[in-house]
Design a protein around this ligand. Sequence first.
Ligand SMILES: [Zn+2]
Length: 194
Amino acid sequence: MFIEPSIGRIKSPERKGQIEVICGSMFSGKTEELIRRLNRAKIARQKVEIFKPSIDKRYSDSEVISHNENAIRSTPVDFAGDILLLSGDCDVVGIDEVQFFDQEIVSVAQNLARQGKRVILAGLDMDFEGQPFEPMPQLMAIAEYVTKVHAICMKCGDLAAFSFRLSDAKQKVMLGEKEAYEARCRKCFFEDKR
Ligand SMILES: [Zn+2]
């Protein structure tokens, strides 16, 4: 159960900025929730811009595409600082796959919010070892709203918060997910963890 963040008045000159984080494991619906909020902001006639790290080339260069193929146009950027240059006068900034940015994303989010923008960041909160995925912890600490969404454990069917890597690869960033990962609950994740 989560409280939907207030989206604020349209084009209010005294509009306050805010930071929202949507986090969870693989297959938890983070991108779907990001897209849902952005679409609702569009209905409220707010100007929306969406960014993602250019490292995430899984599907398409110019779209945030979630696993249910609900697509929304986005701009791939190499560095978090590029978002400051490209967000212009928009009201809402959505950022997907935030875990692939470096720590600079924290000051970028603060800066955007201080300009009065609503900043919505979606990302993996834990890596395949079940450890916090930087810079998500810092973003969760400075956000007004944090929403943790859950997947379903592919072993037992309970709610899942962990991303279990099926292969033996040890690098932290490994793209191309459906074949490589399973959502797992805590018990099933640690039972099979190598
Ligand atoms: Zn389980």
